[in-house]
Ligand binder design. Structure first.
Ligand SMILES: [Fe+2]
Length: 297
């Protein structure tokens, strides 16, 4: 007899715990629940305890799995836990590479939700505070992992960004990163990090005011700049963080080449759940152009 579920670990572990809570109550197979709002009610009570500062899974209605070689999502409010215990001390032993990839994932959540077409004045507060917390602490958390202040700021930022996902949704960075995690099995945070600067470059002109605010929240100097230049400096801020925490900067570094583009475009263009939130409309040609830039073509 199982009374409840305790999920402890990174995002994948928490997502597995969420589905265990549903499957143990309602039975069936993971495939029965794929998509949005396919879960009929609350599963077994669950407590989620993250050991990385990244996915914010403890505060989102999403659970992601690789099914038939593609990342697919179960999305339901019934996946939100009864309680989350967020103790930054549990993240102290995460090595630099994990801290970096999880941390950039959280930063992408914060930035994408802030500019999402689904954002609201309430979700924007969560997003912007998350950007400030993560941008000011990620370098220290990666390179001086025992710094509890940095770990605390990262844990709080990751959680706040997760709340923003629940209310506003992520966008094209996640949509274009998903195919890297499916067929090519690139870690979620790394695949987001690889696409982040190129999608940001594409998106900036869609909302100069918001991207200028994000640039300032990243720590970029925007005083005296035109609104356009301030917004464009967001891309520089993103690239600087990715470089400083030493994540891969090119698709070639994870074994992806020009011949992979058709598959990437095909899978990414199907991520309508995410693409509909993006502040700038993307056609298939736009998606291909972004991948080509990420490949240095
Ligand atoms: Fe993510």
């Amino acid at each position: 007899m199982i009374d409840g579920i305790v999920g402890l670990g990174g995002g994948s572990s928490l997502d597995a715990a969420k589905m265990a809570s549903i499957l143990l109550r309602f039975g069936g197979n993971l495939r029965d629940y794929l998509g949005e709002n396919q879960v009929q009610g609350r599963g077994l009570p669950m407590v989620l305890i993250p050991t990385t500062a990244g996915t914010g899974s403890e505060s989102t209605p999403n659970a992601l799995f690789v099914v038939d070689g593609e990342k697919q999502a179960v999305v339901s409010r019934h996946l939100l836990p009864e309680a989350a215990i967020i103790d930054p001390a549990l993240t102290l032993s995460a090595p630099p590479s994990i801290t970096a990839s999880a941390g950039v994932d959280a930063l992408v959540h914060a930035c994408e939700t802030y500019t999402s077409l689904g954002s609201t004045p309430l979700s924007e507060m969560y997003s912007l505070r998350a950007v400030e917390l993560i941008a000011s602490s990620i370098r220290t958390a990666v390179w001086h992992g025992s710094d509890l202040k940095a770990r605390t700021d990262m844990a709080l930022g990751s959680f706040l960004a997760g709340v923003a996902i629940t209310n506003a949704g992520t966008g094209a960075v996640h949509a274009l990163a998903y195919p890297l995690g499916g067929k090519y099995r690139v870690a979620h945070g790394v695949s987001n990090s690889l696409m982040f600067p190129y999608v940001a470059e594409y998106n900036v002109v869609s909302n100069l005011t918001k991207f200028a605010i994000l640039a300032k929240a990243l720590g970029e100097r925007v005083e005296g700049l035109s609104i356009r230049d301030a917004a464009l400096s967001f891309v520089n801020g993103v690239k600087a963080i990715i470089r400083d925490v030493r994540l891969p900067e090119t698709l070639a570094e994870v074994g992806i080449g020009p011949s992979d583009i058709p598959h990437l475009v095909e899978v990414a263009s199907r991520q309508t759940r995410l693409l509909k939130n993006n502040p700038r409309l993307l056609t298939r040609d736009d998606i291909e152009a972004i991948y080509r830039r990420a490949l240095g073509l």
